[in-house]
Design a protein around this ligand. Structure first.
Ligand code: ADP
Length: 263
């Protein structure tokens, strides 16, 4: 079922008209302090994501990509700066406030899948939709659709521990998309997948994006990044560049897409 097919119902939450800003940060800073050591993981990041935009975050290991995603999803508090989501300032939210916001508006795919081990795959995927207000039938339909697209319908009744790493990763993606979140935050969603499984995940991300899903995704994989509208490169906790993907007709030079540096 597409996003538009559900218009008018209260579920899933509608993020607002396209072209409006979905997410914005201002001078975002995250400093870790442990055992007398201070690490400035994020050092004054200003980014913006429009409704429906797909942005890839790249950069060398240790440049702050995962930290940025965690702070934007409220899993770690920002040290300084502002985060605006859907027109509201959210950086000051309590843990409970963030939990409510995530339930309705943010889907998260972690590097370590965080599936609930005492529930089946089907229940893991249906739960976020149910928590966001879907009826059991809507949650089941959505789960069936997502597992089919990811080629793992036959795993619906399995316990997560019985699945391979790649299968668990796909379940985690299905779960993150189950409530059609306003924003999908994904940390290396193809990190553990072989090439055929990567294709399934890329197809689902492409379709979700075409359907209006806003996505902010950390990746090392240029194939994954090439699906994005824009690539933000982090270096040393700062935005090194922010480049829009420009489609180039294949017949001109045989190259699918090139990056054009903005500004
Ligand atoms: P990336 O995702 O780009 O590899 P990270 O966001 O994981 O980078 O890390 C950025 C920096 O913050 C690194 O120097 C890392 O060691 C440090 N860091 C990340 N998480 C923690 C933590 N929980 N405690 C202390 N330092 C951390």
């Amino acid at each position: 079922m597409s996003r538009s097919a559900r218009k008018g119902s209260s579920w899933p939450p509608q993020p607002g008209p396209a072209d409006t800003v979905l997410l914005r940060t201002s001078k975002l800073v995250k400093v870790y302090r442990a055992d007398g050591v201070t690490v400035e993981a994020i050092r004054g990041v200003d980014i913006e994501l429009a409704v429906g935009e797909f942005v890839a975050v790249m950069g060398p290991s240790g440049s702050g990509k995962s930290t940025l995603l965690h702070v934007l999803g409220g899993l770690e508090p920002a040290t300084a700066g502002e985060i605006w989501l859907l027109g509201e300032q959210v950086d000051g939210l309590s843990t409970a406030g963030w939990a409510i916001l995530r339930r309705r508006h943010v889907g998260f795919v972690f590097q370590f899948f965080n599936l609930l081990s005492n529930m089946t795959v089907a229940d893991n995927v249906e739960l976020p939709a149910l928590l966001a207000g879907a009826t059991p039938r809507q949650a089941r339909n959505r789960r069936e659709e997502l597992l089919a697209e990811l080629g793992i319908s036959d795993k619906a009744n399995a316990a997560p521990a019985r699945l391979s790493g790649g299968e668990q990763q796909r379940v985690a993606l299905a779960r993150a998309l189950a409530n059609e979140p306003s924003l999908l935050l994904a940390d290396e969603p193809t990190g553990n997948l072989d090439s055929s499984n990567t294709r399934d995940v890329l197809r689902l991300l492409r379709r979700a994006h075409a359907d209006g899903q806003s996505i902010l995704m950390v990746t090392h994989d240029a194939r994954v990044a090439s699906l994005a509208d824009r690539v933000i490169n982090l270096f040393d906790g700062m935005v090194a560049d922010d480049a829009r993907m420009v489609p180039v007709p294949r017949r001109v030079n045989g190259v699918g897409d090139i990056l054009e540096l903005r500004g």
